[in-house]
Every structure is written in structure tokens, then in C-alpha cells.
Design a binder for this molecule. Structure first.
Ligand code: FE
Ligand code: FE
Ligand code: ZN
Length: 291
């Protein structure tokens, strides 16, 4: 298969891993190519402090050209995980909204990709109040005609996280004016820790997703094994095949007609070498090969 195909061929997965943005955007594209990836994720700003890199439009343009020349699938950018749109503290909410607005402005220089975020933690205010605050934020920040689809990530239900159930995510979508700009990113470790059995009953989980949210909302996957058992509400990622979900489940995921065309992002505890191995393993499994 030609690596220079203009869009990734239907039989090739769009798969990659989380990469560091420290050397810039085009550099991430080069790293992705070097490990056999044709998509990736990156933090739009410092994941803890929230600081942002100076805008380099030229660097972003170089990445776009590289992606086009190499048939990349859509990128799945990741908002900083400290960003909490439904905090009890007003300054935290104000910062989160401002950060997301600025991130989306910048994403316009990489049009047509995804921006994934953790819905937030309601910190004791209750799930309904959390959902309300998240909707208020999205209604303020999303703008008509934006070139980025914003994805709510399915969460493990650690602490007071909002988004552990598909129902909670559906409530957020229902409360958003611009719901056409929204989708869902399913994290296999998170849903597993949240109580959805993607190992024993992938079909059932996807049917449930379809019933509650509609499968057309599912735009991307985070592929992570889990250090914990079903329903543990922990959120500790493990390498594929070394956790409680197991490799057979990932073989089913990459061959499922409802999932195989989605960008798949690894967030497993790995260095680049480990990611390269997992990417080629998943490509092999997608072709029906042995692990
Ligand atoms: Fe995440
Ligand atoms: Fe994730
Ligand atoms: Zn996680």
C-alpha cells in the first residue's frame, strides 16, 4: 500500500499515540511517521499549568502538508486535564472557558480535526449542576462555523467526574445549542473502569452507546488497557494485553465495522518504541493476523 495515498485507505487504520508538542507541530508529524502512526494526539497547552506555546502558524501549515502527503486521519488534540468547566470555584471556570476558547481559535489553523476534553469534576455540586455548568461553558465558547469538532471523553468515574455514563454525556449534548459541533471520544480504559464491559460484551456496549447517544456521535477512540477490574472507577492505563481488558478485546475493536474507521489513539504507559510496537500489533490484528 502506498504511504502517499491522499486519504488513508479504507482498510488501513488511522492509529497513533499521544505525542509531546515540545518540538512543535511538524516535528510531531515526523515522529508519528517514524513509528508507523497516521494520526496522533497532543496537549494543546501545558497539561498542568495551562501555559500555551507561542502561536506558530507556519509550523502548523507544515504539519498540515505532511498529513496530506501521508494520508493521515484526523488528529485528536487533548485539552489540559486540569481544565475544569464545572468547578465550584469561579476563577477555575473562567480560566477553563478562556483556555478552551483560545485552543479552539488556534485549532482553526489545523482545520477539520478533533479537540477532546474531560467534561470535568463537579466537586460535590452534584451531577446535574456539573452538566449545567459544562453546557453553559460550551454554549459560550463554541462558535458557528468552527472547523473543529469538540469531543467529550468518556470518564472512569473517579471522584466526582462527570461523564462516566453515556446518559450523562447525552445530557450535556442535549443542553448544547451547537450540538452539531460535538461528538464523543470513547476511552476503553475509562469505560471499562466505569463499568462497561468492552471485553466480554463489546457489541452490548456499542448497542447501549447507540441507544443513548447514537453511534454517529462516536468520533474517536482512546485505546488503553486497564490496571484495574471492571467498574473499579480508578483510571489507570496499562499497555495493551498487560491489563484486565486484554488483547482479544482490542483485536475485536480494530476489526469492528462500527469502530475501524475511527481515529485510534494510544495513551498507554510507553516510550516511542513501545508505541511503535503497539501500533504495528494493532495493524496486524486489524488484518486478522495473530498477535
Ligand atoms: Fe483524556
Ligand atoms: Fe483518554
Ligand atoms: Zn485516563
Amino acid at each position: 500500500m502506498s504511504v502517499h495515498a491522499n486519504a488513508h485507505a479504507a482498510d488501513e487504520l488511522a492509529i497513533g499515540c499521544h505525542l509531546s508538542v515540545a518540538q512543535g507541530y511538524a516535528a510531531m508529524g515526523e515522529v508519528a511517521l517514524s513509528i508507523g502512526a497516521n494520526t496522533f494526539s497532543f496537549f494543546t497547552r501545558n497539561p498542568r499549568g495551562g501555559n500555551v506555546r507561542p502561536l506558530d502558524v507556519d509550523d502548523m501549515r507544515r504539519l498540515r502538508m505532511l498529513m496530506e502527503a501521508n494520508g493521515f486521519g484526523r488528529l485528536v488534540a487533548h485539552a489540559p486535564y486540569t481544565m475544569n468547566l464545572c468547578s465550584k470555584k469561579e476563577d477555575v471556570v473562567v480560566f477553563a472557558r478562556r483556555a478552551m476558547a483560545q485552543d479552539l481559535e488556534r485549532m482553526e489553523f489545523l482545520p477539520g480535526n478533533y479537540y477532546n476534553f474531560h467534561p470535568g469534576s463537579h466537586v460535590g455540586q452534584g451531577s446535574d449542576r456539573g452538566v449545567e455548568l459544562i453546557c453553559d461553558a460550551l454554549n459560550e465558547v463554541l462558535f458557528e462555523g468552527q472547523a473543529t469538532t469538540v469531543l467529550l471523553e468518556t470518564m472512569a468515574g473517579k471522584g466526582t467526574e462527570v461523564g462516566r455514563t453515556f446518559e450523562e454525556l447525552a445530557k450535556i449534548l442535549d443542553g448544547c445549542v451547537h450540538d452539531e459541533l460535538l461528538g464523543v471520544c470513547l476511552d476503553t480504559c475509562h469505560v471499562w473502569d466505569g463499568g462497561y464491559d468492552v471485553q466480554g460484551d463489546l457489541d452490548g456496549v456499542l448497542d447501549e452507546f447507540d441507544r443513548v447517544l447514537g453511534l454517529e456521535r462516536l468520533k474517536a477512540l482512546h485505546l488503553n488497557d486497564s490496571k484495574n477490574s471492571l467498574g473499579a472507577h480508578k483510571d489507570r492505563h496499562e499497555r495493551l494485553g498487560e491489563g484486565h481488558i486484554g488483547l482479544e478485546a482490542f483485536a475485536r475493536i480494530v476489526t469492528d465495522d462500527r469502530l475501524r474507521s475511527l481515529p485510534m489513539i494510544l495513551e498507554t504507559p510507553n516510550e516511542l518504541e513501545g508505541y511503535a510496537r503497539e501500533i504495528s500489533l494493532l495493524r496486524r490484528l486489524a488484518r486478522g493476523g495473530e498477535a
